[in-house]
Each structure stands twice: as C-alpha cells, then as structure tokens.
Design a protein around this ligand. Structure first.
Ligand code: MEV
Length: 313
C-alpha cells in the first residue's frame, strides 16, 4: 500500500498576478488531503474520492480530476494496462475553490505513487509531477499552488515565464499570524476565470499594466511588513490587494460581503484568495480572540464554511 499527502494553501498576495510572472506570497495550512493506493487484481485504475467538500465541488471538478490523474500517470510512466490499483482520497482539507484542493490532491497522489512504486522522487520531483497534474485542472497553472502544497510553510514564489523552473523561497516569521478563512460555497472554474483575465489583458494591455505595476510594489511591501511582524500594515496591503483584484473583475458580491463582515469585526485586513468569483476569502486577525470573533461573525453572515488557521512559523 502506498500513501501520500498534500497541504491546503491560502494566497496572501498575488493570485492572478502570479500567472504573469509577478511574485506571490502564499501559506500552507495545517489541513491536508491524503491518498492511499491499494493494488487490485484487475487491470486499470480507479479513484475513490472521500474528501470532505463544499456541496457540488467534486461533481464540478470531476472531468478535470480525471484529466489530472491521467497527466500524472503519463508523466511518471505508470501504465495500468497490465496491472491495477485503486486510489482513495481523504483527509481533513475541505475541498472548495481557493484552498488549493486540486494541488493538494495532486501532491498526495504523486506521493502515494512514489511510495508504492518506489520511484525515489524527492520533493522537487514530487512538485514537478504535481504540476503536470495541475495542468488537468487548468491549462496554464503558475505552479504556486502545487509548490505550497508540496512544501507547506510561508512561500515567496515567482514563475519563470520563459518556461524554466520557478523561483521560490520559504520564509519564516518570528511569530505566527492568525488567519480566518471563509467560503462563499461557490465553486469557481480556475480555467475560466484565468482565461477571462487573459482576454481582458490582451484587449487592453495598458489597463492590466497599471494594476500590475501597483501590485508589484505592494507584494514587496507585504513581504517586508510580514518579516517585521507589522500586522496592521500587512492587513492594509491585503485590503488594497483585494481592491486590485476587484479591478481585475475576479471578485464577486459574495466575496466582497464576507470581506466587509471580517473588516467590521476586527480583521486588520481581508481579501479574496485564489481564483475568485466564488471560492474563499481570508481575514488577518491581530490575535486569536479576535480571530474567534471574526469567525463567529462570518458564520452568522452565512459563510458556507469557516476555518481558523495560522502561518509563519
Ligand atoms: C489559483 O489558486 C491561483 C491563480 O493565480 C492561478 C494560478 O496561480 O495558477 C488564480
């Protein structure tokens, strides 16, 4: 039996911009997806998906998930025409848009295959194979999600637009920061939303450039503020990042409402996270009691799911 796991993630700064080579900052969260691989007598492979989910998520992603698994098997040269296995997905990461669910499952599957077939892959190679899996979900992933899912922790990430390996660095803070994550319950299509931004960018390059220029200063300021543990400044920059994402048209009414609720209830900053047009938002809390208060307010505001987490150590 082979086993593997991959972490969920949340993007603090840089969704969408990262696709165009700008830096992003993201954090792995404690919740993870697990994969268990069991050999069977018949030929072929089956995937049994027991992950907890936001209603409708797995159905929505079913075809993409199939394409993703085929990509991984092809990349790792695993041929199931003369042998067979079943992969069971589980774990405590609730599948929803914006939490890195697809990347976490790709990493978990690659690690389970690595374990069962003694492929000898190190983390870098696991990450590369998971990236191939991510392509099944959307054609042009930046590689951010699978990288955070593989390594966890707080990650500074830059895609190499000429096709080389991305640059990334793990950052450590002197103190953990508190985050509240809330879901709109809406499953978004990363392929569609990323494609839409691309179309808009091509139609009006100047529009995109102006927003991206501001973002590129913002993410450097965000990194500096995080290292200095300047929570208020990080929060303000998250708020501004949310506005820039609104300008990119990737936020939505439901996300904006949850962001407002979090800010009114003590968050030093709040923004959508991940693909947008549904999915999740994050709120930065100054301390744990305030995080609890924000979480309660988000539940009352009918967020479809609310989780408290921390990052940085
Ligand atoms: C999705 O979690 C993040 C996006 O920036 C897409 C990507 O990085 O591939 C929207």
């Amino acid at each position: 039996m082979g086993r593997g796991s991959g972490k969920g993630k949340t993007i603090l700064f840089g969704e969408h911009f990262v696709v165009y080579g700008l830096p992003a900052l993201a954090a792995g969260i404690a919740a993870e997806t697990t994969a268990k691989l069991t050999r069977v007598r018949s030929f072929g492979h089956t995937l049994v998906d027991n992950r907890p989910e936001m209603p409708g998520y797995k159905k929505e992603k079913y075809e993409e998930q199939k394409a993703s698994l085929e990509n991984i098997l092809k990349y790792l040269n695993i041929d199931t025409t003369r042998m067979g296995f079943q992969i069971d997905l589980g774990g405590d990461l609730v599948c929803a848009s914006g939490i890195g669910a697809s990347a976490a499952s790709c990493v978990a599957i690659v690690r389970a295959l690595n374990d069962e077939f003694k492929l000898g892959l190190d983390d870098e190679q696991v990450n590369e194979a998971a990236y191939e899996g991510e392509k099944g979900y959307h054609g042009t992933p930046s590689g951010l999600d699978n990288t955070v899912s593989t390594y966890g922790g707080l990650v500074w990430f830059e895609r190499d637009l000429s096709g080389g390996s991305p640059k990334f660095k793990r950052l450590k803070l002197d103190k953990a920061m508190h985050l509240v994550i809330a879901s709109t319950g809406i499953t978004a299509s990363t392929k569609e939303v990323v494609g839409d931004v691309k179309t808009k960018k091509e139609a009006d390059p100047g529009w995109f450039e102006a927003i991206a220029n501001e973002y590129s200063q913002l993410v450097h300021d965000g990194k500096e503020a995080l290292i200095k543990l300047d929570t208020n400044k990080v929060g303000k920059l998250m708020n501004r990042n949310h506005e820039l994402l609104q300008q990119l048209t990737v936020s939505c009414k439901e996300l904006d409402e949850l962001v407002q609720v979090a800010r009114k209830n003590g968050a030093v900053g709040a923004k959508m996270t991940g693909t947008g047009r549904g999915g999740n938002m994050i709120a930065l809390a100054p301390d744990e009691p305030t995080a609890k208060k924000i979480a309660e307010a988000l539940k009352k505001a009918r967020a479809a799911g609310v989780w408290m987490t921390s990052f940085g150590l």
